[in-house]
Design a protein. Sequence first.
Length: 123
Amino acid sequence: MMDTLVMALQIVIAIVIFAVWIFRPNLDTNYRAGDAKNIVEEFAVYGLPKWSVYVVGATKLTLALALIVGIWYTQLAQYAVMGMGILMVGALICHLKTRDDPLSRAAPASIMLVMCFLVFYFG
């Protein structure tokens, strides 16, 4: 039962990352910081350099792929989910330091962080 939950969470985390970084990077959503209309603008709101968008994106996509492969190689999943969790902590900090934004904008990063913790703990 727990193995199935862990596997499902790995898949959900990976799908969300693929959706955000491949299919929706230019989509204006309610969760973007400030008045940002896309990921590049959102990173600018956080005060991060443009190159960091590409580094974070490539890292998240690599870790998401590793989570999928980690279904068969569980040790890989542990490393991947640790990395993803660290990135989600960073995302959460960025959302929280944007004081003019409602706290609800940090919800996706918070939920992803909880899922990462569950995969790490039970995986």
